[in-house]
Design a protein around this ligand. Sequence first.
Ligand code: FES
Length: 204
Amino acid sequence: MAPEPDRRSFLSFATFGIGAIFSAVLGIPLGAYFLDPRHRKGPKSDLKLVSDVTLADLVVGTPPMQGVIRDTRTDGWTLYPNDVLGRVWVVQLGVRPNLTTPAKVEEFNASAMPAKEAYVIVFTTICPHLGCSVNLDGAGTGFACPCHAATFVLNGARAAASNPALRGMDTLEWEIDPEDPDANRIKVKYQNFKSLQVAKEPMS
Ligand code: FES
């Protein structure tokens, strides 16, 4: 026998009410999770932290330091959370600017690359000739590629006209990590560039 209309309405309201209560119980914490700023995605930055380099350890005229760029990488179904994407050379060319307050760091980071490179210049370690990894030369006063003997001076320019590399080492955009209270860590826009050409052109 079909339930009476009143009984049917009651059952519908009861079902709806229980569903609403469950939604509220589950939804409130979920909403709070996403409203909490700690769980919101920040602006996506393409700048990556350089590990193993502290600006305080660099001195003008001393050998540059090599830093490592790490990030999460996926390969098919495999996730590599701290994979090495590449390496960079970090060279101090000028005196350290005043970076004693967050406002000074922000002002420095907003300056154009040539101004930043008057202090520190960052290159990818990849040789612009055919992509080998460029090392420090024996004296630590420049760079030398082990593959076909390209050489570069400390600011990354080609060291000799007979150089097999058609351009200097590829500089990367960088900034002081704004979250570092000591203004000693740096972040770079890590990129690869096309080899065997005079012009510096990012790989697409
Ligand atoms: S790859 Fe560096 S000189 Fe050829």
